[in-house]
Design a protein around this ligand. Sequence first.
Ligand SMILES: [Fe+2]
Ligand SMILES: [Fe+2]
Length: 157
Amino acid sequence: MGPVERDDSDRDDSDRERSYEATFARQHRQLDAMFDGLLLALRSDAGELHGVRERFAALRDALEAHVDQEDRLYYPAVRALRPVYRPQIEQLFDAHETFRARLGEIDASLANGAAADARAALGEFARAFALHEAAEEQMLRSIDAELAAAAAETPLP
Ligand SMILES: [Fe+2]
Ligand SMILES: [Fe+2]
């Protein structure tokens, strides 16, 4: 099973566990752990990049799968439910494009054996991505709360 696929073993039927925010947050923590492992490996293994490149490839696959899900599945739905968030979502789409491009550049550094460049670029990437994750989770918490409030205010006839 890939790192950002749904894990059925801890499936929970509560609304909370099925919320957008909970799904994203779970995937974000998985990506955070992959960043931590990769940065650690780059620090301790600067001369031997083979294992680092494998870790990077796994992180890149997982991160691209995550942002693809956001772009194709979640954010179009969120935008339809709450058009007021459209500008924020457009910014997130732009950030995803930047992240994809940056991953390609870091991959090239690793392929060239430029460990110090890759380490610096990955540290910067990890910080930028953490801010991105926090902004997404905050937005989705707000949307979850708004939708829950709207549902509560709309009793069945
Ligand atoms: Fe994102
Ligand atoms: Fe995300």
